[in-house]
Structures are given as structure tokens and as C-alpha cells.
Ligand binder design. Structure first.
Ligand code: ARG
Length: 462
């Protein structure tokens, strides 16, 4: 057994460097190895490989996994991709039986299964980071549940809400993001392995066997679809792009609220760094960068959709371009979620500035109108007469007693379900808590499926 087998003929071309994908797809190595262990075990199960061959191949694949984990794997860029690197190294380690690994398999179904295993684990990582952010939002919303603040539409002061109510609005956006990620993982829970290049095999392989070993719900229905389908990556990128859009909105509010003009939150180091020139500056640049990174993630989605558009079925080499945007969007999302969680945790609301803003009588114009309506006045006429008063600079009495506006009383009166009254916000907090607990349970079952990879690569099952 030589230490450096020759470069296989199928990857020899003057344009090898152009075709190479190793720089990107080596991130898929553990998934590729797990897929190979499942494939080898299936080949043994159906009698294509002898038990001794299965044992050598599986042992060799696990040895390769250890080399990769330790950083001692001899990556060879001239071998084009992760798949060929692993197969060639396996053959160096176990000898000619290594040449049987790729029996009844193509890199087309191989890369497709790698990607679905990667997606499952990537969703689990992003979901865990989202849960950590949502925990921070819930904690802050609980602490600030009843603190009055102006609610804005068109970025103009509109009606009173509470800080907790606003933070919970962000919670529900992120809860839907989590739901979408789990749904994406569930829809992609189908194994493409066994589709071969596009038309299955003449050998008696069993795709449902490998599907089961890898923890998939089932095998593909159509071998052409199986090697072509990149919907899981497209959905994942959409989920991450919308998540990034949501994160950017929260980032923007933090930026606004940390300005001297609003002054609702303190400009603490948790929000960012200072200026190299202006000694007085303390910038909210963590929140700004959370906002800015959304451009990149949205770009990743557009990049993939553009690559996929107009491709004939089944595998086309264009599909090799699918991985870089996904890996980039996953890394970006994880970084953004961690940064945003620490921003939320570090938010220090200014009671004086918020109190003054919440006492603005104009916030209660609708309340005044509704008091008159409750007394029997028609709404439209009341609205018109109040609009004339406010336009003339007059401030009709918010409190029947004629005293200054009492935000706490006004908020308690907004008692409709899902609204900002303290009672409704407390109820909302407990709904949010229960929802997050349920998501954490879904995440544990996803984590168990992700654990199949490590089991295949380490378990000694003879
Ligand atoms: N590097 C390829 C990709 O990422 C692997 C599949 C190659 N298949 C092929 N027929 N050349 O898509």
C-alpha cells in the first residue's frame, strides 16, 4: 500500500484547479464518511460485500475520520473534492478493498446525501443559537414587562406600549424562524443515497436500508429528483435570510434607541466600541453589524437561486456552487445570533428617558377618543374634532381628573388580548415560555438524529 496513490483518471484534466471544490466541501467530510459507513454496511447486508470487506472498509473509514478530527489527514487538492480525497486515502490505508467503496454509488447521490446530513446538523446549531437569543429576549421582556414606552408607527409616536411588549414582538418573529428551520429539516428528511448517478443501479442495493442507518425518515421516490433536488438548501437559505432580516430590524431599533435623540438605552460596551477619533463616541456597532450582515445572507439566497434557475435535471456541475453560500450563511447566522444575544442581555433601559417619552400626552389621543366613544359619541366625528385640537397645539385631557397622563393607568385600560396591558403581557410571557419549551423539545429530537453521524463513525458494532 503506497502512501500516495496515483490521481484517479476521472479527475485528471488540465482544468483540475478550476473544477476543484475541496476548499469548500471538506467541511462536509464527517457527513461524507458517515454516508460511506452506511453505504458499506448496506452493501454487506444485501450480500454485495463479504463481512470481512465490510469490517475493513468501516474500520478504514473510521480511521480516516480520526485523522480528519486530529488534523493529520493528508488533504490533496489535486484530488478535486472531499469524496475522492477520502476514497483515495481509504485505499492507502486498507489496500485494494478500498476500491469497492464506491460500488453502486456516484458522487451525485453521495454529495446529495452529504448535504442533507449537513443541513440537519446546521439546523440544529442555528436552532440552538436561536433558542439562546430567545431566552435572553424572554428574560429582558419579563424584567421590563410593565415599563411604559411610546409605540411607533411610521417611526412616529403612536400609542403607549411596554418595553416587554415590544421585546416579545421580536420573540414571536424569531419563534417563526425556528418553526421554519424545523420544517425545512423535516421536509429534507429523505435520503437520496442509492439514486446513483441518476438511474439507480443494476446491483441489488437497498436505498431504504441506508436511509434507516443514517436516521432519515425514508428514501427518495425518484432517482432523478434525488440527485437534482436542492430545495433543502434553497429553503434553508430563505429561512436564514428572513431570520437575518428579523435580526436586522432588532439591530436597527437598538441603534435608534441608543442615539442621544431617543436615549432609551445606555450606550454600554455591550453595544459596541468607541471611535478612534472622537473621544466622546460610544457606537452601537454590534447592533449595526447585525443589521449589516443581513445583506450578505440575502445575497447567499440569491446566489443559490440564480445557480439553480433553468438547470436541466438531473445532476449538473453548476450544482457544485450550492455549498459556498450555504456554509457562509450558516457561519454568518451563528455569529449574528450570538452577537445579538449578548446585545439583548446587555440592554440597559433608561427609566427617566422612557418615563418622559411615555408621558407625552399625544400618545393618548386615541384613548381620549375612545373614552368619548364609550360615552356614546360617534367615532368619526370625535376623531375629526380631536384632530383639529391636536393640529392647533391643544392637548385634550388624557386623565378625566385633569392631571398629567398616567401611562400605567392607560396601559392597564388597553386590556385586549395580545395587547400591551400588564395582564396581557404577563399572559403573553407565559405563552412564549411554553412555546420555547416546546421548541427545545423539538431541538432535542433533532439532536438525537444528528448524533447518528457520530455513532456511525465511532460505535463498535462488530
Ligand atoms: N464536487 C461535486 C459537487 O459538489 C461532487 C459531485 C460531482 N459529480 C460529478 N459527476 N462530477 O457537486
Amino acid at each position: 500500500m503506497s502512501d500516495t496513490s496515483p490521481v484517479p483518471a476521472y479527475v485528471r484534466t488540465p482544468q483540475a484547479a478550476f473544477l476543484a471544490s475541496l476548499g469548500v466541501d471538506r467541511e462536509l467530510a464527517r457527513f461524507d464518511l458517515a454516508g460511506s459507513v452506511a453505504h458499506v454496511e448496506m452493501l454487506g447486508h444485501v450480500g454485495i460485500l463479504a463481512p470481512g470487506e465490510v469490517a475493513s472498509l468501516r474500520g478504514g473509514l473510521r480511521a480516516v475520520a480520526r485523522e480528519i478530527a486530529l488534523g493529520s489527514f493528508p488533504w490533496r487538492p489535486e484530488l478535486e473534492d472531499v469524496h475522492t480525497n477520502i476514497e483515495v486515502r481509504l485505499t492507502d490505508l486498507v489496500g485494494p478493498v478500498g476500491g469497492k467503496l464506491h460500488t453502486a454509488r456516484s458522487r451525485n447521490d453521495q454529495v446529495a446525501v452529504d448535504e442533507r446530513l449537513y443541513l440537519r446538523s446546521a439546523v440544529a446549531r442555528v436552532a440552538a443559537a436561536l433558542v439562546r437569543l430567545e431566552e435572553r429576549l424572554l428574560a429582558k421582556a419579563g424584567a421590563e414587562a410593565e415599563r411604559p414606552m411610546p409605540g411607533y408607527t411610521h417611526l412616529q409616536r403612536a400609542q403607549p406600549v411596554t418595553v416587554g411588549h415590544l421585546l416579545l414582538a421580536h420573540f414571536w418573529q424569531f419563534d417563526r424562524d425556528l418553526d421554519r428551520l424545523f420544517a425545512t429539516a423535516a421536509r429534507s428528511n429523505v435520503s437520496p443515497l442509492g439514486a446513483g448517478a441518476l438511474a439507480g443501479s443494476t446491483l441489488p442495493i437497498d436505498p431504504s436500508d441506508t436511509a434507516g442507518r443514517l436516521g432519515f425518515e425514508r428514501a427518495f421516490e425518484n432517482s432523478i429528483d434525488a440527485v437534482s433536488d436542492r430545495d433543502p438548501f434553497a429553503e434553508l437559505l430563505f429561512d436564514l435570510a428572513l431570520l437575518a432580516v428579523h435580526a436586522s430590524g432588532l439591530g436597527e431599533e437598538v441603534v435608534l434607541f441608543a442615539s442621544k435623540e431617543f436615549g432609551f438605552v445606555a450606550r454600554t460596551p455591550a453595544l459596541g466600541s468607541g471611535s478612534s477619533l472622537m473621544p466622546q463616541k460610544r457606537n452601537p456597532d454590534v447592533a449595526e453589524l447585525v443589521r449589516g450582515k443581513a445583506g450578505r445572507t440575502v445575497g447567499d439566497l440569491v446566489a443559490l437561486l440564480t445557480t439553480l434557475k433553468g438547470l436541466p435535471l438531473a445532476y449538473d456541475r453548476d450544482l457544485q456552487e450550492d455549498k459556498a453560500p450555504v456554509l457562509d450563511a450558516i457561519a454568518t447566522s451563528l455569529a449574528v445570533l450570538e452577537a445579538l444575544a449578548s446585545v439583548v442581555e446587555g440592554l440597559e433601559f433608561d427609566p427617566v428617558r422612557l418615563g418622559a417619552a411615555a408621558a407625552d400626552p399625544e400618545l393618548y389621543a386615541t384613548d381620549v377618543a375612545e373614552r368619548r366613544v364609550a360615552g356614546g359619541a360617534p367615532f368619526r366625528a370625535t376623531h375629526e374634532s380631536l384632530a383639529r385640537s391636536y393640529a392647533a397645539g391643544a392637548h385634550p385631557e388624557v386623565e378625566p381628573s385633569g392631571t398629567a397622563p398616567d401611562p400605567a393607568r392607560a396601559l392597564a385600560a388597553r386590556s385586549t388580548a395580545g395587547g400591551p396591558s400588564p395582564t396581557a403581557v404577563r399572559r403573553q410571557l407565559s405563552l412564549a415560555r411554553a412555546r420555547l419549551d416546546a421548541r427545545v423539545a423539538s431541538l432535542s429530537s433533532l439532536d438525537r438524529a444528528v448524533g447518528r453521524i457520530e455513532e456511525l463513525l465511532t460505535e463498535d458494532r462488530g
